[in-house]
Design a protein around this ligand. Structure first.
Ligand code: SF4
Length: 347
């Protein structure tokens, strides 16, 4: 076994995380669920969602057979909603294409929706004890620092180099522990800011540590300034505390989630209002706020229009729109700003 992996495993034996919920009753289903949730999300955020999902959907079949709204509702607040839609899709794929058993090879695993090379490798090593290198954000940070790899890790050439290094360090045994150890080392010691190098088993030959420039790795992507977008969220609210909600299309921002009607411009809003025969009592602008996505900033201006009754021509219920009583439980996924506004309305 290489000295690198031996040191990592020895460190893991003493300090690694061994009590995470998905480390008990290990099964491909539980490992896959946790790995998808952990993409771009920290362990402490994931734990309550993992517990809620495994309680509501104790088996893969239960998840596959659930309505998408139920899955999105449970995912609400975890962000990156494409993951939830892919999770649901992949559960159906495993049931339909693999007779309900997760595949045990990388190619088939990577054919599942939302499962890329690193996630497939993590599931195969954690659930099946197979030898595969992983390369998530934590491992990229450890390797770029340890080997002083310069260049943005999203670049194909850098990525190839990192995969090569990740594979080179693999141990011959204890594949599950090694994968978990690499994740833990990146999450707990080799952190983005203030890495705890003095506690690190790799310190003796870590190039970034020797150079004293750990913070320079991984090389950040050249920054593009975020685009700015504006939207008006229209809250049509009746005297019976019902608000009008629409389901977003399945793809794109907040795909499949429920939102208030949105308008890019005042003119679009005016045109919409004109086509409705609204029995308007009053209107009120709420304080504007901003929701930040990875590639743009959305400035939201909420507008409440109080109505006498929901029975408005054109604003009828169908499978993509409904009147919802704000004091009842909502049966579907809600975009975070919409949840925020609903909380404000019921406060
Ligand atoms: S010595 Fe420091 S920078 Fe190097 S791998 Fe360890 S924690 Fe990361």
């Amino acid at each position: 076994m290489s000295d690198f992996s031996l040191r990592i495993l020895n460190w893991y034996d003493q300090y690694g995380r061994k009590n995470l919920p998905w480390q008990h009753d290990i099964s491909p289903y539980r490992v896959w669920l946790s790995e998808v949730m952990l993409q771009q999300t920290q362990v402490k955020t994931v734990i309550p969602y993992f517990e809620a999902f495994t309680e509501q959907f104790p088996t893969l079949e239960a998840l596959a057979n659930a309505p998408e709204d139920e899955v999105l509702k449970l995912w609400s607040g975890l962000g990156y909603y494409a993951r939830a839609r892919n999770l649901h899709k992949a559960a159906k794929q495993v049931c339909d294409d693999f007779a309900g058993d997760f595949p045990d090879n990388r190619e088939a695993m990577e054919s599942l929706a939302g499962v890329g090379r690193s996630t497939a490798a993590a599931i195969l090593s954690l659930a099946f004890e197979q030898s595969h290198a992983i390369l998530d954000g934590n491992v990229k940070r450890v390797l770029t620092r340890f080997h002083a790899v310069e260049g943005w890790t999203g670049k194909a050439a850098i990525l190839k180099q990192l995969w090569g290094l990740a594979e080179q360090h693999l141990p011959e045994t204890r594949h599950r522990d090694y994968t978990q150890a690499m994740m833990d080392l990146g999450a707990t010691l080799c952190t983005r800011s203030k890495p705890r190098c003095n506690d690190c088993p790799l310190q003796a030959d870590c190039v970034a540590y020797a150079q004293g420039n750990m913070g320079d790795y991984p090389t950040p992507k050249k920054k593009k300034s975020l685009a700015e977008k504006h939207t008006i969220m229209l809250i049509l609210k009746t005297s019976k505390n019902e608000v009008f909600m629409q389901k977003r299309p399945p793809t794109g921002i907040w795909g499949g989630l429920w939102c208030f009607p949105q308008f890019d411009t005042q003119q679009d809003l005016d045109d919409y209002l004109q086509t409705q025969q609204l029995d308007t009592l009053a209107s009120q602008q709420l304080a504007p706020f901003t929701h930040v996505f990875s590639h743009f900033r959305l400035h939201i201006q909420p507008l409440i229009i109080a109505l006498e009754s929901p029975l408005i021509a054109g604003v009828m219920e169908d499978e993509h729109s409904l009147w919802y009583n704000i004091h009842a439980e909502f049966e579907g996924g809600l975009a975070t700003p919409v949840q925020k506004l609903l909380d404000a309305l019921t406060a």
